[in-house]
Design a protein around this ligand. Structure first.
Ligand code: PMP
Length: 351
């Protein structure tokens, strides 16, 4: 606290990102990055962009990238918004779309940036509890809402909702924006992008950080009908008219076009997830059914925090959350098979 701080700053509860430790030979399974390098075509495009043209501002509306994303998802470029990571896209959505008369609804166990943004933008929020099986029950969202946001699959549980349930939720709230955060959709979920032509209240947010292995480039996007996208554009142009640099635009454009890399890489991660789940279950863990590039697991005989601390002694970093209902769990990013093997070997030494 300082006398220079505004009242808003004094009350902010900033998001705490997973750590990026600088230890050698670390198995880093704590922030849901891809264990594989990005598409070679994306790296080439970034190299090509790193030249004399950097003296020039980038395209402020990133048209080439938006066209490439639009072609991939069967929409028009006007229905695509891009930003500096989906965190920034989400921030713009909070600022642009969330009405202040009724509260914003989101799951009580979910992405912890949502309460941070609600605080930043002064939006009342109601957290809707997950059911006993840690699932999002869409019937629980039948209550006055200014807007709804939920991740599908949810984080950190990894549990996905079928598209029919997302559609029922969107259809039931025709006067409220419903934001579906699909950061992890490509690892087995059903994307709601297909519903965008049908529903003017639906905004789908995705990222290049996970299934495209470009967390370091910071590119995310939203797909929705024109009026919602226009709202995001108004916020963006009131905040930073050049959110994406030349390298980010070039790299993401090449990445979204590299379907062969995408299919092969997500396939490897999905297969490793099945193997890791089986190995954990064999050792007595309960593993929630995951459609994401991580698993959420707990052991009946060992507290999550203790296990995470012991794993760290073996140079394996996983994520633990202090929230009481999920404090038993560890969230483990799917690594390469070699990394998953080191995790299992460390657990065998600990358990
Ligand atoms: N949504 C969810 C549910 C996430 O877990 C993350 C990653 N922390 C993001 C959005 C943001 O990802 P990025 O800003 O890298 O696109």
């Amino acid at each position: 606290m300082s006398k220079f701080w505004s009242p808003i700053v004094s009350t902010l509860k900033p998001y705490v990102p997973g750590e990026q430790p600088r230890m050698a030979n670390l198995v880093k399974l704590n922030t849901n990055e891809s264990p594989y390098p990005p598409s070679e075509k994306a790296i080439e495009a970034i190299r090509a962009a790193a030249g004399a043209d950097l003296r020039l501002y980038p395209d402020p509306v990133a048209l080439g990238l938006r066209e490439a994303i639009a072609a991939r998802y069967g929409v028009s470029a006007g229905e695509v918004f891009v930003g500096n990571g989906s965190d920034e896209v989400l921030a713009h959505a909070f600022a642009a779309l969330l009405k202040h008369d009724d509260p914003l609804l989101y799951p009580d166990i979910s992405y912890s940036f949502y309460p941070t943004y609600a605080g930043l933008f002064g939006i009342d929020a109601v957290e809707v509890p997950l059911d006993a099986a840690f699932r999002i029950g869409i019937a629980d969202y039948r209550r006055p809402a200014g807007a709804i946001i939920l991740p599908n699959p949810n984080a950190p549980t990894g549990i996905g909702l079928p598209l029919a349930e997302i559609e029922a939720l969107v259809a039931r709230h025709p006067d409220q924006p419903v934001v579906i955060d699909e950061a992890y959709i490509d690892f087995g979920g059903e994307s709601a992008t297909a519903l965008v032509p049908k529903y003017d209240n639906l905004l789908v947010v995705q990222t290049f950080s996970k299934s495209r292995a470009l967390a370091g480039l910071r590119v995310g996007f939203a797909i929705g009908q024109r009026p919602l996208i226009e709202a995001l554009e108004r916020v963006k142009d009131s905040f930073n008219s050049y959110p994406l640099g030349r390298a980010a635009q070039a790299g993401a454009t090449a990445a979204i076009k590299d379907e062969a890399w995408f299919e092969a890489t997500r396939g490897k991660i999905i297969a490793s997830r099945a193997r890791l789940t089986a190995e954990l279950e064999r050792r007595g863990f309960e593993v929630l059914p995951s459609q994401a590039n991580f698993v959420f697991a707990r052991h009946p005989g060992h507290a999550g925090q203790t296990l995470a601390a012991r794993l760290r002694e073996h140079a394996v970093i996983v994520r633990h959350f202090a929230k009481p209902r999920i404090a038993d769990f560890m969230r483990i990013t799917i690594g390469t098979d070699e990394e998953c093997g080191r995790l299992i070997a460390a657990l065998d030494a600990i358990l």
